[in-house]
Structure formats: C-alpha cells, structure tokens
Design a protein around this ligand. Structure first.
Ligand code: CTP
Length: 418
C-alpha cells in the first residue's frame, strides 16, 4: 500500500472508530497545538485497539512541546476540568465523564531495576522507545500537517497482525518487571502469544518481580482481576512461575478457573475483583495470607475482607448441619463482611453450608421485626437492657418463623415482660 493510501485509510478508521464528539475534541486539541507550534500524537493502548478494531476511548495524547501549557489553553471554558502535574509534564482535561490524558514527550532512565524511572523531556521517538511492547509503542500523528500518519518504529503493527507480544529490548523486564504481568494480561486478553525471544527473557527475569514495590504489584494484580477472564492470566502466571513471586503458595489451577467462572455467573461486576482476591487466597494458611496482604500492601478494608473470608471458612462446619436454625445462621454471619460470605458461598465444598450462606445473603440479613423500641415502650416495656433483650428475642423468633404478624410480635413481647 502506498503511504498516501495508508494515511487515508487510517484517517477513515479514526473517523469510524471515535464517536464524532470525541473526534471533534481531538481536532480542537490538535488545532490549538498547531497554533502553539506543538505536535500532538495519539499513543499507546488506543492505537493498538484502533488497529485491532476494539473499542477503547481511554485517549492518551503525547505532545511534542509543553502538554501543561497546551492543556491550560484548552481549558478556557468553565465546563472543562483541568488537572495538571507540571513536575511530570502531564495534564488531564475532563469533559464530564470523559477525559483526555496529555503528556509532554519524554525519555526515561532506570536508576535501578523496579524503581520508578527518572524522566526528562524528549522527542516522540524517545517516548515510544521507553514503552513496554511493540504493539503499545505506536502512535498516530494528529497534527494537521501529517494527520493520520502511523508512526511505528518497532513494527508493532506487524506484531499485532501476527498476534505477538514483543519487548523492545532485552533489559525491558529488568527495568520494569511489572511488564511480566502486563505481558501475560495482554497475551490472555487478546489471545496472543509471547514472541519466543520475549518468552525467554520473561522466564529469565521472573525473579526480578522481587524488585517491584507492593503498591505497584497490587496495581498490576488489580488490572488483571478487572479483565473479563482473569483466571486465564492467573493460570499462565502460575505456569511461568510469576504468581509464586507474589506468594509461593498461590495456585492458578482448575479450581480457580471454575470458581472464578461461578463467581461471574452469580455476582455483579463491581464486586468481582474483591471476590476473585478472596478466592485466590482461599487455600492459604493464616500466616501465608498475612504475607500476601503485606506483599501487596492491601488497603485495610480489603485486608479485612480476606481475613474474614478465611476466619469464616474455619467456621463453616457450623452451617453444615441440616438442623441448624435460621437464627443461628444469622448470629454466626451477621458480623462478617458480605463479600467474605459470598466468597465462601462460591468456594465451599459443602452444598448445605453454601445454601445457608446464600440464605443469609438473600433473605436473613434483611429480616426486621415489625415492632421497634418505641413501640415496645408504648406496650409498657421499660427502656434499657430489658428492651434490648425483648428486641433480640423478637428478631430471633421472627427469623425462626415463630412469629409472623405484628400481633404475634405484640403477644410475644407482652409475654416476655417481667
Ligand atoms: N506503559 C509501559 N510500561 C508500563 C506501563 C505502561 O510502557 N509498565 C506504556 C504502554 O505504552 C501503554 C501506555 O503506557 O500502552 C499506557 O499504559 P496503560 O494505561 O497501563 O495501558 P494501555 O495501553 O492503555 O492498555 P490497557 O489499559 O488496555 O491495559
């Protein structure tokens, strides 16, 4: 294909790919950049996904010039929200729910493996050369002069066509071992393969995951758990020995695959990452799970959900009895985090325990008595510990089906009056 034909094709693809109002915004950015003598490029994931024909409106723009100044010029209307980080040469323009990320082109050097890189101003070519994989190191020029030209110095397009994930150089995983997790995430998401040389480097550099800070490691794991089928990446990381760098006891086996799948069928998307995390640690001992929490520096709430999950797992035998009363199910479970209960409902091997956990989640936790404290006082029950006892007994009786109507509750309350 001639260069002109390729350019026309890409311009057309951009028009078909981006919703008209986003295209309009991007054109506005590019015109303002032209006025300031700067050049704007679309980079990274959105270029990859555009060439794959997959929707992605997370637009990253690289500016040859000053991204902060450009963003400030564009944010003149009060409807546009502007956040800048002049020290990093980055800016975010918010248009309601949609945002544009802009960054001045930069070069990076890694002072030590795994550390965040030192960043200096650079050219587009520097900026592409610091990236993880060839398919993520392409850009599309948006400047009016070279509009819609694909800049692809590492043959990312041909790797995309062949379904290959390839690093740009042999130190890539040493500089930034999070790329090991990223490589596997893309491989499994796109159904691609690691290019053989890249696969060799990856296996060689798996131990470099030790150099990654807990926060960065957690971020990458969270990205995996937000994928449509995270179990695939988890299994693959296990195969490559990378999962064990997070915790030596973690397994990406058939059990994980089956339970993740079950979780998806039963739960809302919003809850999935936390549930997956609970399932991932389900077979760890208390000590191992504490190491896991520490390795990822999990936030307090998330750590508590994992601890609750394992503590409840140890108590499930109490729910594995046909004679267990509903009030007993309630009193065992009401102090646990619902995500931990749900995780056990997916993970437990006991159908009876599972159905009691589901019963709690779908019904028992919502059971309320018709009478409240005020009404009980009007029936002559005195405020204080006596009232508490009566309320508790009414709730228990309601859970166990011993009272059904308000009149039943009143009778029971009066019978409990000393
Ligand atoms: N990048 C990189 N090395 C990293 C992280 C990011 O080189 N460790 C670069 C890649 O060029 C990537 C871009 O930064 O394309 C943006 O990163 P990110 O937003 O994490 O990924 P996307 O490519 O947008 O892809 P997706 O969100 O679909 O994972």
């Amino acid at each position: 294909m001639t260069e002109d034909r390729a350019k026309m094709n890409l311009a057309l693809q951009l028009e078909q790919y981006l919703p008209p109002w986003i295209l309009e915004l991007v054109r506005g950015v590019s015109e303002e950049a032209d006025r300031l003598g700067q050049r704007v490029y679309l980079v990274g994931g959105v270029v990859r996904d555009l060439l794959l024909g997959q929707a992605n409106f997370d637009l990253d723009l690289v500016i040859e010039g000053d991204a902060v100044r450009l963003a400030q010029q564009l944010a003149r209307s009060p409807q546009i929200k502007l956040v800048t980080h002049p020290r990093f040469g980055t800016a975010k323009l918010g248009y309601g729910d949609f945002s544009l990320d802009m960054a001045s082109a930069r070069q990076e050097t890694y002072a030590s493996p795994g550390a965040l890189p030192k960043v200096f101003p650079g050219t587009l070519s520097d900026d592409l050369s610091r990236r993880d994989f060839t398919m993520n190191a392409m850009s599309i020029c948006l400047a009016s002069k070279d509009y819609a030209i694909l800049i692809d110095p590492y043959d990312g397009k041909s790797d995309l066509e062949r379904g290959l994930i390839r690093v740009l150089h042999s130190r890539s995983f040493i500089d930034d071992a999070t790329r090991i997790l990223r490589a596997v995430r893309y491989e499994q998401r796109l159904g691609f393969s690691l290019e053989p040389g890249t696969a060799e480097l990856l296996v060689r550099d798996v131990p470099m995951l030790r150099t990654i800070s807990p926060d960065r490691m957690r971020h990458e794991l969270e990205l995996i758990l937000r994928e449509r089928h995270p179990e695939r990446a988890i299994e693959r990381l296990g195969e490559l020995g990378a999962l064990q760098q997070i915790n030596p006891q973690l397994k990406g086996n058939g059990w994980i695959a089956e339970r993740f799948d079950r979780t998806r069928k039963l739960n809302k998307a919003r809850q999935l990452p936390s549930l997956y995390l609970c399932l991932l640690v389900y077979h760890l001992s208390k000590e191992e799970s504490e190491n896991f929490i520490q390795r990822l520096n999990l936030p307090k709430n998330t750590a508590q959900v994992l601890r609750d999950t394992l503590r409840l797992k140890g108590e499930l035998c109490l729910l594995d009895r046909p004679s267990v009363k509903r009030s007993a199910v309630y009193s065992l479970l009401h102090g646990y985090n619902p995500v931990a209960i749900q995780a056990n409902a997916v993970a437990s091997e006991s159908p009876l325990a599972c159905s009691n956990l589901e019963l709690f989640l779908t019904r028992l936790r919502y059971v309320k008595t018709a009478l409240d404290g005020e009404k009980l006082i009007s029936l002559g029950i005195s405020a204080g510990p006596e009232l508490g006892r009566v309320l508790q007994e009414l709730h228990r009786a309601k859970l166990d089906g011993e009272v059904k109507t308000r009149a039943d509750e009143e009778r029971l309350a009066l019978s409990l009056k000393p």
